[in-house]
Design a protein around this ligand. Structure first.
Ligand code: ZN
Ligand code: ZN
Length: 280
């Protein structure tokens, strides 16, 4: 099994540590490949994304490290790109012309009703509650339908390689604070989304970042969703969503056990510049 991680945030966005620190860590852990996926700039300046003006420096830095370390590890240049309804998404021209090795498509932000602003679903719980109140009349079912609807729109209208943390919405739902993940309406929203995903070539990631950041105690997406993805033959990969170098393989052995229990026998990785599958 190849050790790989294609979801990495360094100090170009909201991660801590220079890109080289992550590469050194990956080599010491015997990694085959490491991909960088800084948060792409969004139309309003946010502290967690790359700034528009730092994009060339980011690309140049990762591309030169790729060459420098080529005999020890495969390094890939990617971005985690937000789908911002009506504004931009993973295959918007400003990103598709950057010569990236791969892209992760993610939804972190939901438009606020009667406004041109967005609120995050994975930020402070107060912000999520504000969104729930001001845009969805307190109905988490409506908020969730909107979130998964945005993911389906992104899958239908944009080309990208990896779908980021499919059920990120559960990040602030510890102890079922906001909704019951077993509710039929929630399960149906997820299944509808998997049906759309299955029609594309996009790879679903199992993401351990919610655990390493101590927000939740299991992977994105929940194991029952991984099992449903398997039934639909959806390609799968394992990523850490690391924000510090030591987390590039955080919870990997436990996640691999979960993936096997869900009857997946192989995982996707980017190797030699191509997407390949390898047995777990
Ligand atoms: Zn993300
Ligand atoms: Zn991320």
């Amino acid at each position: 099994m190849l050790l790989t991680n294609y979801h990495t945030h360094c100090d170009f966005c909201d991660g801590a540590g220079k890109p080289e620190d992550y590469i050194t860590e990956a080599i010491s852990k015997g990694f085959h490949a490491l991909g960088f996926s800084s948060h792409a700039p969004i139309s309003f300046e946010r502290e967690w994304t790359l700034s528009e003006k730092s994009v060339p420096d980011y690309l140049q830095t990762i591309n030169s490290l790729k060459r420098e370390y080529a005999d020890r590890i495969e390094v890939y240049t990617g971005l985690e790109i937000d789908y911002l309804e009506g504004i931009s998404g993973p295959s918007s021209k400003k990103f598709s012309t950057l010569g990236l090795d791969y892209t992760i498509g993610s939804v972190h932000m939901i438009p606020v009703r009667d406004s041109d602003s967005f609120l995050p679903i994975d930020g402070a719980v107060e912000l999520l509650k504000e969104l729930l109140k001001n845009t969805f009349d307190g109905s988490f079912e409506k908020l969730s339908e909107r979130y998964f609807g945005l993911i389906r729109d992104m899958l239908k209208n944009h080309q990208f390689n990896i779908l980021g943390h499919l059920d990120l919405l559960k990040k602030r739902n510890t102890h079922n604070l906001l909704f019951d993940e077993n509710a039929l309406w929630y399960r149906n929203q997820v299944l509808d989304t998997l049906d759309v995903l299955a029609e594309t070539d996009v790879i679903l990631e199992v993401n351990t970042g919610g655990i390493s950041r101590k927000a939740i105690d299991s992977v994105y997406p929940s194991p029952w969703i991984i099992s449903e993805a398997r039934k639909r033959d959806i390609p799968l990969m394992l990523n850490a969503d690391a924000h510090v170098p030591e987390h590039i393989d955080y919870y990997y052995s436990e996640a691999l056990a979960i993936i096997k229990e869900c009857r997946y026998g192989e995982l996707y990785s980017l190797s030699g510049g191509k997407w390949i599958t390898r047995e777990i």
